[in-house]
Design a protein around this ligand. Structure first.
Ligand code: C2O
Length: 503
């Protein structure tokens, strides 16, 4: 194993990823942030130097943080904020996992302003290359993009005025690039039309592994490459039996690896990401593009046309793991109702079993555990898991008209089933796949539907489980699992962690 050390300098700078100038919260002066690329078993050290002019934190999405629960980077849960002008060092190992992950700020809506980047863990023995046969690895970061600052948008969203409708993005980006029709930009803003698109170069007859990572704040996308099939081989760290598709659906925070065979005539082709929800917003292109260019092709824009096949939204129920490994029975069942409603001030908030999460930023849960606090306030949405090795089933039932991509920290979960909420809980249970479900860390709860997840309580820590739509998270759609509190209390957080707290 190696040690990889990174320095992340966070600051606000003017960038124009799509030609529209915005004050971006950048990592090392760039958007997206630099990739972390390590191997299974390596140690990752990241010095986060905060010069944003506001507090921050960094989360390593999908990394389990075995033995280092204090480095999960969640304000209000696992750490105090990193104040402005301060540096905090994260130091963790990526044991027992490899695949496509990402890092992002876990403080308010900050990652939508730019504090994010890819985190790739290669398998130690090149197992993947041998099993799936590919020549090169490529990262494709896709995202929706707001031209306004997230704090302004949040203010509006969390006011009666929004009626709970999320701010509509202005654009979508592929690897931090796209163009924008500047006629749509407000007067007085700086905007350049025909900003450059992202470009991926293919060598004829080579095979590419593309790691597609949806880092959106709100949007699900359909990803495709004109005239090229894809084979899914990885879902968020879980290797799958190759599964051929033409279009790939990704909810917020989801990732897939696909193999793309450069077997078409030497030319240029569009890569497309399509917003799945139509926002009825005239200032938004629904289909957004990058260029796939075969080596030796002309410099003309592609003229290829999109695939029109049906998109399979819940791919996880078609994918099969390379090696099935699900525990056959659960020991503990938790059922969570999800709904949105107005509070007494007319602000739309989200509720899990009737309680809307409010982060205790000054006094994070982990500190409470160290202080011996046993009673938590209702709005912290804390659920305790005391028994090591216990198999936990979590069922989310959605009373809302929108889908919600739920992410669990500290684990991958098996997805045993999903469906429409017909109220027949017993029959859902009977239909569960307890034989060969796949594992992932972010799965979509369908509108007016249910989803059944399973994981093993084997990782002491405080693990958030939340809707990854930043607006909904901000409105309270989160529960915390306080897992193995006794073991956790005995694990000693480093001095630098304690130093983040004001004296
Ligand atoms: Cu990607 Cu709670 O995070």
């Amino acid at each position: 194993p190696k040690v990889y050390e990174y320095k992340f300098h966070l600051s606000k700078i003017e960038l124009a990823p799509d030609g529209f100038k915005k004050l971006v919260s950048a990592v090392n002066g760039q958007y997206p942030g630099p990739p972390i690329q390590v191997c299974k078993g390596d140690r990752v050290i990241v010095h986060v130097e905060n010069c944003l002019g506001e507090p921050t934190s960094m989360h390593w999405h999908g990394i389990f943080q075995y033995n280092t629960p204090w480095y999960d980077g969640v304000v209000g849960q696992t750490q105090h904020v990193i104040p402005d002008k301060c540096t905090f060092t994260y130091d963790f190992k990526v044991d027992h996992q490899s695949g496509s992950y990402w890092y992002h700020s876990h403080h308010r809506g900050q990652y939508m302003d730019g504090v994010l980047g890819p985190l790739i863990v290669y398998d130690d023995d090149d197992f993947d290359k041998k099993t799936y046969g590919y020549d090169e690895d490529m990262i494709v970061l896709i995202t929706d993009w707001y031209h306004d600052h997230s704090a302004n948008l949040f203010k509006w969203y969390m006011s009666p005025e929004s009626k709970g409708a999320e701010p509509v993005p202005d654009n979508a980006l592929i690897n931090g690039k796209n163009n924008y029709n500047c006629d749509w930009a407000p007067k007085g803003s700086e905007c350049v039309c025909d900003s450059e698109l992202a470009k991926f170069v293919f060598k004829k007859d080579c095979k590419y592994r593309m790691r597609i990572i949806n880092t959106s704040g709100l949007s699900s996308f359909t990803f495709s490459i004109d005239d090229h099939d894809m084979k899914v081989i990885e879902v968020e760290g879980a290797k799958t039996k190759p599964y051929k598709i033409k279009q790939l659906s990704l909810s917020v925070a989801q990732r897939y690896s696909v193999i793309v065979d450069a077997n078409q005539p030497c030319s240029n082709y569009w890569m497309r990401i399509k917003f799945q929800k139509s926002y009825h917003h005239h200032k938004l292109a629904m289909d957004n593009k990058a260029i796939i260019s075969y080596e030796g092709a002309s410099h003309e824009y592609p003229t290829s046309s999109p695939c029109t096949d049906k998109v399979e939204k819940y791919l996880e129920f078609y994918l099969k793991p390379l090696v099935p490994c699900v525990p056959p029975k659960c020991d503990k069942l938790l059922v969570f109702d999800v709904e949105f409603k107005k509070d007494s001030k007319g602000i739309t908030r989200s509720y899990v079993n009737g309680s809307s999460y409010i982060a205790d930023e000054e006094y994070p849960t982990l500190k409470k555990v160290y202080d011996g606090v046993h009673e938590f306030s209702r709005c912290e949405n804390i659920y305790q898991l005391h028994k090591k090795g216990e198999v936990i089933d979590v069922v989310f039932i959605n009373k809302d008209y929108r889908e919600h991509p739920f992410h669990l920290h500290g684990h991958s979960f098996w997805i045993l089933g999903w469906g429409k909420d017909d109220g027949k809980f017993e029959s859902w249970y009977k239909k569960l796949n307890t034989f060969d479900p796949i594992q992932r860390d972010t799965s979509t709860l369908p509108e007016y539907g249910w989803i059944w997840l399973r994981f093993t309580a084997d990782n002491p820590g405080i693990w958030g489980c939340h809707c990854h739509i930043e607006w909904h998270l901000g409105a309270g759609l989160l529960v915390q699992f306080l897992e193995l509190p006794k073991d956790l209390k005995e694990m000693e957080a480093p001095k630098s962690w304690w130093d983040l707290f004001p004296k």
